[in-house]
Ligand binder design. Structure first.
Ligand SMILES: Cc1ncc(COP(=O)(O)O)c(C=O)c1O
Length: 424
């Protein structure tokens, strides 16, 4: 079943930063440029608390979506906890003032060194394999842990981000519960949390309920008497294309609270409910602004070449992801001439396109384009392929703009390669 959807997304669209603001930012800071709307991020964070009415709801921002420090600080100031997946992520949020008790470390094929490094910080470890559980128990008996189970439900926007089901590397299979118990008993480990994550960009709400029920089905008091929280991962979908509808999260939240409430009554304790959204909090708040510098007409195929490329925003190349593109310099109005364009970057690969055969208001060299929904898994998945530095990042909050991350100048980038290399 598809998720319940609400009607028009127009009202939602009114929330987003005006094209004029993005053009002003592009003129002030240069392009390519990431611009984030801090007020929208906070709005999304608060919305989740309104949708999911559970007194002990904790929202752990999945910082892999975007590790911009202004976003991390903003969410901390509004009460967010954090979902981390690498030791450097843990160090970063600790340095920004997150408390160890508000951070979860989800270990995925980690080394012993990583395990010890994170353990030293006092952050709780979320363990997703029998092998790691054994090594952890041996090193740290009689300590608290969280266990990641595979929910045995497959859902998500693309096969690379569907983490449930026994064909993926994630989580302990539920059928391995007896083996889990053997290890936790042997080392007197105290399981205070259970976790599952089904996938990213889940359209089918029924699948979320099913994942929750599957995990709760093994969360029995006789097996796990010390539970403080259950973590249902992330995956809240937001629309990327204009014809996609928003999921009715109000209805969704009510159903989630109902399922959890029933479970807690049976368990005999009102537990904390964790969710770990990334996209929901930040995807829509971001735009990548680029400038067109070269137009080509290849036997009728129009190609607009821009000053950015896939190392700055890789989702279209990796996942075939759709990102809406707006011509900020020639916004659509009735009567606007529309043409079909390939919107390409400046990288030496044919696949280096943000969009192909996209209908857009006529583009001229010098026009600014916005690649929308670029707040999640865009900058954070970026790199410097072809030695082009990552863009500046600006956060707009309450009408003021803040340059948060500064782009390296070309010579600085070259220097950083020399400085970071072994001397010859
Ligand atoms: C364990 C875990 N939690 C949370 C998330 C966040 O997912 P999303 O950004 O779709 O909310 C992910 C994404 O990959 C994840 O792997």
């Amino acid at each position: 079943m598809k998720g319940e959807v609400t009607g028009s997304t127009l009202k939602e669209a009114d929330l987003f930063l005006e094209g004029e603001v993005l053009v002003n930012m592009a003129k002030k800071y240069g392009t390519p440029l990431y611009v984030y709307d801090g007020n929208l991020i906070i709005r999304r964070f608060r919305e989740l608390h309104n949708f999911i009415k559970w007194p002990k709801l904790r929202i752990l921002y999945a910082m892999k979506a975007n590790y911009n420090i202004a976003i991390l600080k903003l969410l901390k100031d509004h009460g967010a906890y954090i979902d981390t997946v690498s030791p450097a992520e843990v160090h970063l949020v600790l340095k920004l003032g997150y408390l160890p008790g508000h951070i979860l470390y989800t270990a995925n094929n980690i080394t012993d060194e990583e395990m010890h490094e994170v353990k030293k910080t006092g952050v709780l470890m979320n363990i997703g394999s029998l092998s790691r559980l054994e090594k952890y128990g041996k090193a740290y008996p009689e300590t608290e842990i969280c266990l990641r189970f595979n929910p045995d439900v497959t859902a998500g926007i693309h096969e690379y981000v569907r983490t449930g089901g026994d064909l993926t590397k994630f989580g302990i299979l539920m059928q391995d519960l007896p083996a889990v118990k053997k290890i936790t008993d042997k080392y007197h480990l105290k399981v205070i949390g259970l976790h599952e994550h089904t996938g990213s960009g889940i359209a089918e709400t029924e699948k979320v309920y099913q994942s929750m029920k599957n995990l709760l089905g093994i969360a029995k008091r006789e097996d796990f008497p010390d539970l403080r929280f259950i973590d249902f991962g992330g995956g809240f979908k937001v629309p990327y294309s204009p014809d996609e509808k928003r999921i009715n999260y109000d209805q969704f939240g009510k159903k989630i609270a109902e399922i959890f409430s029933e479970f807690c009554q049976e368990y005999g304790n009102e537990l904390e409910m964790y969710f770990e959204p990334g996209k929901y909090l930040v995807a829509e708040a971001g735009s990548l602004v680029v400038q067109v510098n070269t137009l080509k007409d290849n036997k009728g195929r129009l190609i607009a070449g821009t000053d950015s490329g896939f190392p700055h925003l890789i989702r279209p190349v990796v996942y075939g992801a759709y990102h809406e593109i707006q011509n900020l310099s020639n916004p659509f109005k009735p009567g606007t001439v529309i043409k079909k364009y390939d919107i390409c970057g400046n990288i030496c690969e044919t696949g280096d396109c943000f969009a192909t055969q996209r209908d857009l208001p006529e583009i001229k060299e010098g026009d600014f384009l916005a690649v929308k929904n670029s707040g999640a898994y865009c900058y954070s998945m970026g790199g410097i392929y072809n030695l082009r530095a990552m863009p500046n990042e600006v956060l707009i909050l309450n009408g003021r703009d803040y340059l948060v991350t500064k782009r390296l100048a070309n010579e600085e980038l070259a220097e950083s390669i020399i400085n970071g290399s072994r001397k010859f």
